[in-house]
Design a protein around this ligand. Structure first.
Ligand code: HEM
Length: 820
């Protein structure tokens, strides 16, 4: 064994472990640094001749005297990946961490230093040049800009790459001032591949390295629409070791090395995995939904890594991807074995994972906390509402205007103002004034469905698939599914929707459809690279900005037009009373200021967005459940016959006397929550929960579907079984409240929503049998429990048939006037 002792910082990390392996194979002695618990685990489990460990808790501030004793060379790799730390900590770990090690090494007389840098040090931290069809060489440098940084400091990638650029500059400045030092830097592309066989496997996603992107692809997550300069971790480790052996290599112009196998976009990687691993293909998002890159991808020139370092030929991207997929699959198996089951399925357009009750993911540097237990959701989102009530901010949604409405506003004063404006109108004490309206609209829905049952599913299909496009040929009466939209327009603005083409509802619906498309994770690169919003309109890749203009205009019209109509018509009597808009306007002694008026416009605009699809989804789930569980239907009808009789239609005032119907409604909300993953919250401060560290800025996703299907709480959770509540309202409330979210962001329309849903349940069951529809051959088609993806989830289309229970029921339905 060689006498040369190399200090490897952050030795448990993805690349560092391979570096240590390769050094040992070449006969070097290795001393690895690791932090507290990691140090303990390494010292106890990794026993190899020539390898020792030393504990360093904070690379930026710790004393390295003991670590550097007798050391001949340092390979410095320890650095957090994007988003793993706050801005200050990222800078401190990257710049101070590197300089602390380098300064102390120089003082200790160590001459040879190899430092891991990044491809990000070759270009601006905006990454715009990545799409300009260039070829980067080691002569290229990223330039940082303090003013731009101020604008971009919420962008984790920008922060990370700024820190890396500053680190490399500081390092080379120091090297120039200390010519006795022999320094080399390694600038790899995205590093993926197998894990070292001699070190412990990563304990969680946060410590997977960039293999988390591979995990994301094979578990149906979004495919990163970013340049992918791809390189195998074994080649990157080899380059570090070769650089060490080749030192001295000259000044910074000569001793930087791009280490990269190929330019291989993530979409191509996804396509390759789908082809090479057919068993995984079904898990990968449909390839045609992956957003195209916004320009011509630039390349990295790796010539010098071959000619100067002697890397020779790189492992091919296909082999690297194969090894990375195997590594990730093995890791999942390993995690499962250590009794922490990981279940990842692509269902609702978002990564839905559960690892025990709470799971921390790090995806493209964005921390995500997925909560799958009602208790944890309440502990965090309810009890610690002061720090768990923010919303993640999306550039594309802001550009289109949607973040003006309070469901998407940050947890700030404007959100508070808007929420207050609607809270009173929809609180449990105020909503009874809308009961009559909800009852009438339920009657109209049932009547229209009896006349033409096909409408419901045909239109729902168009909503789900095309994003709320209206059928061009729909006749003016066929707007059953918009019955709920009609209720909301009536309640919010006092506006009676006149026909299927009524612009006052059609525009908001189209705007909602746009929202659905725009908010799909990963759909717009500008969310990853915010600088794209400033692209000049003539530039390739700026086409999305024209669409943004159209969507923005439609969003503004959808909020302002109905508001203006309502405001103008309060006094003419055309606006039907009561309505939310009138309540807001009339409750003010003075005319609203411009800002107050804008808040009223966006608060009322939020109601249609919040209350339409959610309620529609629940109504469809109710109809599906009635077809699949006829015994439940019969029991509900029996209760109605007993309590209400057959001589009148039920009313919302009957609700207290209809416990079985109440449990049907609770079971609908539990069985098929309309927002299976809720709306993500964002964490405003670092938090600790039962040993988990949850970093500030994390996206907190309440996995409502999992909570509502927890087998430990709900026996046979997939079975629609209202009996599970034993008629106890508190048990029903526990289940149904999950569907409406948590904490300060809890759905403000929940009582109103329950009124609408209950009206439809009771009117349908009192008058009709809900039966399976027929296919073109006259055969019954039983619905399947299958739901569309998207934030709000609908049952996949299924045919339904309503059949009048009696002639008396027909008379009762016909007798109700629906004209106000
Ligand atoms: C079955 C029907 C409904 C369901 C399942 C539902 C569910 C939800 C959920 C899960 C949230 C997110 C809560 C969170 O962030 O933790 C939410 C928010 C919201 N809902 Fe509902 N909702 C329904 C009906 C309605 C109705 C009828 C309205 C309006 C009258 C409405 C207005 C809103 C608004 C404005 C928000 C945003 C609240 C905020 O961010 O402060 N929802 N809803």
């Amino acid at each position: 064994m060689s006498e040369t002792l190399v200090l490897v910082t952050g030795v448990g990390g993805f690349i560092a472990a391979h570096v240590a392996d390769q050094l040992l194979e070449r006969g070097y002695r290795v001393r690895g640094t690791a932090r507290g618990p990691k140090y303990q685990a390494l010292a106890e489990t990794v026993k190899r001749p020539g390898l020792e460990f030393v504990r360093i808790d904070d690379v930026a501030t710790s004393d390295f005297t003991a670590a550097l004793a007798g050391v001949d060379a340092v390979i410095h790799l320890a650095c957090p990946l994007p988003g793993r730390k706050s801005v200050e900590e990222t800078f401190s770990s990257a710049i101070e961490g590197t300089m602390n090690v380098v300064r102390q090494a120089q003082r200790a007389g160590v001459k040879k230093l190899v430092v891991t840098s990044s491809f990000g040090c070759l270009l601006s931290p905006t990454h715009m040049p990545a799409f300009h069809g260039l070829t980067f060489t080691e002569q290229d440098w990223g330039v940082t800009d303090d003013a731009e940084f101020e604008q971009q400091k919420d962008n984790k990638f920008y922060v990370y790459f700024t820190a890396k650029i500053k680190t490399e500059i500081a390092l080379w400045d120091f090297a120039r001032a200390h010519p006795e030092l022999e320094v080399a830097t390694i600038l790899p592309g995205y590093v993926i591949g197998p894990y070292s066989a001699s070190f412990p496997l990563p304990a969680d996603i946060a410590s997977m390295g960039t293999n988390d992107l591979v995990l994301q692809i094979i578990t149906g997550g979004a495919v990163l629409p970013a340049p992918n300069w791809l390189v195998d971790v074994r080649d990157v480790a080899r380059a570090h070791v070769l650089a060490l052996t080749r030192l001295p290599l000259g000044g910074h112009g000569d001793a930087r090395f791009i280490v990269n196998a190929a330019t291989y976009p993530w979409a191509k990687a996804a396509a390759h995995i789908a082809r090479a691993r057919p068993a995984l293909a079904g898990r990968i998002v449909p390839l045609d939904t992956i957003a195209p890159l916004p320009g011509v991808l630039s390349g990295l020139d790796n010539t010098r890594s071959k000619t100067v370092l002697g890397v020779g030929s790189y492992i091919t991207p296909e082999d690297t991807l194969g090894a990375a997929v195997d590594a990730v699959l093995a890791l999942q198996k390993h995690w499962a074995q250590v009794n922490r089951e990981i279940r990842c399925t692509w269902r609702q357009g978002l990564l839905k994972c559960s690892l025990g009750n709470i799971m921390h993911l790090n995806i493209f540097g964005q921390h995500m906390v997925v909560i799958s237990s009602a208790k944890v959701a309440k502990d965090l989102l309810d009890k610690k509402g002061s720090i768990y009530s923010d919303r993640p901010q999306s550039v594309i949604l802001r550009l289109c205007g949607y973040t003006r409405t309070f469901p998407l506003l940050s947890h700030n004063e404007t959100w508070r103002k808007q929420r207050r404006l609607v809270a009173y109108e929809f609180n449990v004490g105020s909503i009874s004034k809308y009961y009559a309206l909800q009852e009438k609209e339920a009657v109209t829905l049932v009547r229209n469905l009896l006349d033409n049952p096909d409408n419901l599913m045909r239109e729902i299909q168009m909503y789900g698939v095309n994003g709320f496009t209206f059928p061009k040929s729909a006749s003016s009466n066929n707007y059953d599914i918009r019955r709920i939209g009609s209720i909301i327009m009536r309640v919010t603005y006092g506006y009676q929707v006149k026909s299927v083409d009524d612009r006052m509802l059609a525009i908001p619906l189209q705007s909602l459809g746009n929202f659905s498309k725009i908010s799909t994770p990963g759909a717009f690169l500008v969310d990853q690279i915010p600088a794209l919003q400033y692209l000049p309109r003539w530039m390739p890749g700026s086409g999305f900005l024209d669409k943004v203009d159209t969507w923005h205009q439609m969003f503004m019209d959808s909020c302002w037009d109905p508001y203006q109509w309502s405001k103008t018509n309060i006094d003419t009597g055309d606006a039907l009373m009561p309505n939310l808009c009138a309540s807001i306007i009339q409750s003010q002694e003075e005319p609203l200021s411009d800002d107050e008026e804008a808040q009223a416009v966006y608060a009322t605009g939020s109601i249609l967005g919040g209350g339409l699809d959610t309620n529609m989804s629940s109504v469809l789930s109710f109809l599906m459940a009635m077809i699949l569980y006829p015994q439940v239907q019969a029991k509900g009808q029996a209760e109605l016959d007993l309590v209400v009789g057959k001589n009148r239609l039920p009313e919302l005032s009957d609700r207290p006397n209809l416990p079985y119907l109440r449990s049907i409604m609770a079971e609908v909300l539990r069985w098929s929550p309309a927002l299976p993953l809720g709306i993500p919250h964002a964490l405003e401060e670092d938090d600790d929960y039962e040993g988990y560290f949850l970093p500030k800025g994390s996206l907190v996703i309440p996995n409502i579907w999992e909570m509502s299907h927890d087998p430990e709480v709900y026996t046979d959770p997939m079975v629609f079984n209202p009996e599970r509540f034993d008629g106890v309202d508190a048990e029903m409330a526990k289940a149904s409240s999950l569907a409406f979210g948590f904490g300060r962001r809890v759905c403000p329309g929940m009582h109103f929503a329950e009124g609408t849903l209950f009206s439809i349940i009771m009117t349908t069951l009192a008058t009709c049998d809900v039966l399976a529809g027929l296919d073109e051959n006259g055969k019954e088609v039983m619905p399947k429990y299958a739901y569309t993806s998207g934030t709000i989830s609908f049952p996949e289309p299924f045919p339904v048939k309503l059949q009048l229970r009696s002639a008396a029921a027909a008379t009762l339905l016909a007798d109700i006037s629906t004209v106000e």
